[in-house]
Design a binder for this molecule. Structure first.
Ligand SMILES: [Zn+2]
Length: 243
């Protein structure tokens, strides 16, 4: 049995055309920044770590002029991954595994709050983030943390309940987490695949997709998973978890 908690790490707002290029100028898109805690008998797994508090306070200083001015960020006093864990009575050092879907600043911003924890990242993602021409903000991930690089699929505890699945496209080494939540029910958390639209076969690249062909294939993987029995795709904090 796995217990799942949706954590709120604030929200972001930006030009809607970044993800939907055909939309009219001036339209804004607001999105939540979630993380998920999965409590398994063998460990506490955190999926993504949200945005660093310095980024929330002064995005231009942290991310640079171009990216920092592009995003409007919001975060309440009790939001943020460490605060949200605290509300559950869980200290950061009690988290046994962190999984980063990918290494954009809104998914790994608080990795440094988990210095003792094994942090699972696809090797492809780490290579892409560290490449010479990388657009990633190294401040969030490029630190002496306990990274474990994953090549492809991984059954986290060897019992089929928590499966890491590569879903490249939004980034080169993007991964999703498929959860067999018990009682015949499966939940799957995918991150920016949901944000980038619901089309099973996106016709063109959206947002900062790195590879449209890979993203189409990844959306297909998720769609096949969701067509199988009783799978629910989680798109935002609170979805399905409390039912
Ligand atoms: Zn991203």
């Amino acid at each position: 049995m796995v217990r799942i908690y949706a954590l709120s790490c604030g929200a972001m707002e930006f030009d809607r055309r970044a993800f939907f290029p055909d939309d009219p100028a001036g339209a804004r898109l607001g999105i939540p920044v979630p993380a998920f805690l999965l409590v398994h008998p063998k460990g506490r797994v955190l999926f993504d770590t949200g945005i660093h508090c310095d980024t929330l306070r002064d995005p231009v200083a942290r991310l640079g002029e171009r990216t920092g001015r592009f995003f409007q960020m919001y975060c309440g006093a009790t939001e943020g991954v460490v605060n949200q864990l605290g509300l559950l009575g869980i200290r950061a050092d009690a988290v046994t595994h962190v999984v980063n879907s990918h290494l954009h600043f809104d998914h790994c911003g608080c990795n440094a709050s988990f210095p003792q924890t094994t942090i699972l990242v696809q090797r492809e993602e780490m290579l892409a983030a560290g490449a010479a021409a990388s657009q990633y903000s190294g401040r969030d991930w490029d630190q002496p943390l306990n990274y474990e690089l994953v090549d492809g699929e991984r059954d986290l505890f060897g019992d089929g309940t928590l499966l890491l699945i590569p879903t490249p496209g939004h980034t080169q080494g993007h991964q999703s987490l498929c959860v067999n939540a018990g009682r015949g029910r499966r939940l799957e958390r995918r991150r920016d695949e949901a944000l980038a639209g619901h089309a099973a076969r996106p016709a063109r690249a959206q947002g900062n997709d790195t590879d449209l062909r890979s993203r189409r294939r990844s959306v297909g993987v998720i769609a096949r998973c969701s067509r199988s029995a009783r799978v629910t795709i989680l798109r935002r904090p609170g979805d399905e978890v409390n039912r």
